[in-house]
Design a binder for this molecule. Structure first.
Ligand SMILES: *Cc1c(COP(=O)(O)O)cnc(C)c1O
Length: 372
């Protein structure tokens, strides 16, 4: 018998705008001959995103890492300790190092993987200047508790909201929390501009400052007031972003359907835990993490992970290892890790299953039947 070679199923697949529509916009850009520096499509996308996300002050960036670095610069945070999460993508911590700040890793809550406010409070010292949490997988942090701690100790909060595009809590954007929030529009995210990102702040004056930092620190034609960087988004990606914005709601709805079928199919598998929806939260279904309790499931996380790979299912162990275990941060004087048992337990047991709008039903069924 001859079996068809199966196409591998990756953890994600990018949301692409219709090529004909993109070609039309490219023709317009060719006519305008204005490729970057706050062009026509840049302005349109900044306005459209601010409107869609429900935040008045948003600045586009060329990726999702530079807004993290620029947020710290804009708030003049250049020395001291910043309490952050060990359970995230490395860019969150790297942004602190790029600003000469010392990352201090506090533990996360054992269910959702977001910074635990009590653990944050326990890490505060005389040197603490800010908190940099992540809404991991798009689940909102306990923003009220974190704000209370920040207010009591005079700390800034910069949220890495790279996973939280469009997430709302009781009707309000999670991007309204803290002093600033950053977004990533990388190809692998719910909404993408190929590479791209944004920084959300809460005043016109701060937005002006951020826009200057994003453009080398120029404050006028012949004046530079800060050592800014170049992190501007170009017209080509801004126009692509406008087209993707039109279809992101449908993509999130499709992701929701996949999340629901995964949850239903895995509900009674011993030793497999999924994240559930939270009442009052509008989720974006950016990722679909499952946590494996090896004793109850009968196999370890890595056994399942490699078994899936053998069947062409390229799930990912996001986020493993925890950031303080990367060699740059382990045994380093430039970072400090508190006792982080919850983060370690999550990192040791997590697998993110394939999740994207166009994931075929048959693929999702194959994945859950392999897990079962
Ligand atoms: C993707 C991501 C980033 C970085 O974004 P880029 O656009 O790839 O630079 C930062 N933080 C988190 C949590 C991310 O997932």
């Amino acid at each position: 018998m001859h079996s068809e070679p199966q196409k591998p199923i990756t953890v994600t697949s990018p949301l692409l705008p219709p090529l004909e529509e993109f070609t039309e916009l490219l023709q317009d850009i060719w006519q305008r001959k204005w490729l970057t520096n706050n062009g026509h499509y840049h302005k349109l996308l900044e306005e459209a995103l601010a409107d869609y996300l429900g935040v008045p002050y948003l600045s586009l960036f060329t990726n999702g890492t530079l807004p993290l670095i620029t947020a710290l610069q804009a708030l003049n945070l250049t020395q001291g300790e910043v309490i952050t999460t060990p359970y995230s993508f490395v860019a969150t911590t790297h942004a602190l190092i790029w600003n000469g700040l010392t990352p201090v890793f506090a533990d996360v809550d054992p269910v959702w993987g977001n910074l635990d406010p009590a653990a944050v409070e326990a890490c505060i010292t005389e040197r603490t200047v800010a908190i940099m949490p992540v809404h991991v997988y798009g689940t909102p942090c306990d923003t009220a508790a974190l704000q209370h701690i920040a207010d009591q100790h005079g700390l800034k909060i910069i949220y890495d909201a790279a996973h939280a595009f469009g997430v709302k809590q009781n009707g309000n954007s999670v991007l309204q929390a803290g002093d600033m929030s950053t977004l990533s529009f990388h190809a692998t995210k719910v909404y993408n501009t190929v590479e791209g990102g944004a920084l959300v702040c809460h005043s016109a004056e701060m937005k002006r400052h951020i826009d200057q930092l994003r453009n080398f620190g120029f404050t006028g034609e012949t004046e530079v007031e800060a050592a800014g960087i170049n992190s501007k988004m170009d017209e080509i990606r801004a126009s692509y972003g406008l087209l993707n914005l039109r279809q992101v709601d449908a993509a999130i709805a499709a992701r929701k359907g996949i999340a629901e079928s995964y949850r239903a199919a895995l509900a009674h598998v011993p030793g497999i835990r999924c994240l559930q929806d939270i009442p009052g939260v509008q989720h974006n279904y950016a990722y679909f993490p499952i946590y494996i309790d090896a004793a109850a499931y009968g196999r370890t996380r890595d056994e399942l992970y490699f078994a899936l790979r053998e069947h062409g299912i390229f799930a990912r162990r996001y986020f493993y290892p925890v950031i303080p275990d990367f060699s740059i941060y382990a045994n380093s004087l430039s970072a400090k890790a508190a006792h982080i048992p919850h983060a370690r337990a999550l990192a040791a047991s997590v697998i993110c299953l394939p999740m994207y709008a166009e994931l075929p039903h048959a693929a999702a069924e194959k994945i859950v039947s392999l897990i079962r």
